[in-house]
Design a protein around this ligand. Structure first.
Ligand code: ATP
Length: 358
């Protein structure tokens, strides 16, 4: 059963928090929603859960329109950043709660609770005595995940579930959440601030900006073929070079280059975006096949732990390169940008650029 989100709108005091959201969730797929603070991620996931009333559009599960159903009848389950476990209940009672409401037989509840807690790798020996606060943050989030999964929801919603945990636990739980989601074949939507988390976990990544979807696609698509300047900048560590086009000639300052494929982009003032990890530098190689080459000057090299970050000036503009090793040279150099990793867009207005930088 696929889930279709059509023309979803949400206003807060006449200000749009979601505008024209269209999205398809394939059965058993994992969709990650990313975007800057305030772009509408939480509003979207809460709207899917029925926790936020919407102003327009529809949510369809297979053939069933669930738009007007209350949360408890949508067959969704949600996992929150702060776990939201009930402290006065034991771990067993927390996980069993939803099943009790459904009036399942005691033996069936017991079997389902134990089985799901084993799946999320919580020791089941002491569950009827221990309370959630006796567990670590990572374990509490596993319990919260079990509480959601035990209901066998059609759609599992996760709102920044790993943000409160330290880096090591986060890395481990990322892999486990993905494994469990795939084992159970459950459709999931996952909100995160962490782009690495989104790219590494998801089948589909949705990049949001100002209440709208900028791009939705596989992790490779959104990273390697960004549809807008915003997406190119939001994902990865990107450089921007200002480009002027006149009479089919493209210039970065005084240096010109030819690019037939980009002729469909309108305007004279353009911006070329390229990720720091894609750029190469040499001191004696004035061209490289499949690359745009500019003459520049190496200004600074910084050791950043995982490698080096080199700052290079090209025609008064600064560009950084990320590399594993030190550059063997100083001063004048050549900078090589792989053509298939250069993205050209119409120049952003100052206001748009400021919003992206923020
Ligand atoms: P963050 O990453 O900071 O959690 P977000 O992408 O999840 O942000 P939302 O929380 O969905 O963004 O907020 C989207 C917009 O709606 C923001 O401009 C926010 O200020 C506004 N908003 C959210 N909730 C309310 C509310 N209850 N009343 C008024 N405005 C709201």
């Amino acid at each position: 059963m696929d889930i279709r989100i059509q023309q979803l709108q949400k206003l807060y005091q006449d200000k749009p928090a979601l505008e024209n959201i269209n999205l398809v969730l394939q059965p058993g797929s994992f969709t990650a929603i990313v975007g800057p603070s305030g772009c509408g991620k939480t509003t979207l996931i809460r709207a899917l859960a029925g926790l936020v009333p919407i102003n327009g559009g529809s949510i369809i599960y297979g053939e069933e329109d669930v738009t007007d159903l209350p949360p408890q009848h949508r067959q969704t389950a949600m996992v929150f950043q702060n776990y939201a476990l009930w402290p006065h209940m034991t771990v067993f009672e927390n996980v069993a709660y939803g099943l009790k409401l459904r009036k399942l037989a005691k033996a069936e509840i017991e079997q389902k609770v134990m089985s799901i807690l084993e799946k999320v790798e919580i020791d089941t020996s002491d569950l009827k005595k221990r309370h959630p606060q006796q567990y670590s943050g990572g374990q509490q989030q596993r319990i919260a995940l079990a509480r959601a999964l035990v209901l066998e929801p059609k759609l599992l919603l996760l709102d920044e579930p790993l943000s409160n945990l330290d880096a090591k636990v986060r890395q481990r739980l990322r892999v486990e959440i993905r494994r469990i989601q795939q084992d159970l074949g459950i459709t999931a939507v996952y909100v995160t601030h962490d782009q690495e988390e989104a790219l590494s976990m998801a089948d589909q990544v949705v990049v949001m900006n100002k209440g709208r979807i900028e791009q939705a696609g596989t992790p490779e698509e959104v990273y390697r073929r960004p549809a807008s300047y915003f997406v190119a900048h939001f994902l990865g560590n990107s450089n921007t070079l200002e480009v002027i086009r006149k009479d089919g000639d493209y210039r970065v300052g005084g240096q010109s280059f030819k690019m037939a494929e980009w002729l469909d982009i309108k305007g004279e003032n353009l911006q070329l975006v390229v990720r720091g990890e894609e750029v190469k530098c040499s001191f004696d190689q004035p061209s490289m096949t499949g690359h745009l080459t500019f003459a520049g000057r190496l200004r600074e090299s910084l050791f950043v732990g995982s490698g080096y970050r080199h700052w290079i000036e090209i025609e008064g503009q600064n560009l950084f390169i990320e590399s594993d090793s030190k550059l063997q040279g100083t001063g004048s150099c050549y900078v090589h940008l792989p053509i298939n990793q250069c993205f050209l867009f119409a120049k952003q207005t100052d206001k748009e650029a400021r919003e992206i930088e923020a």
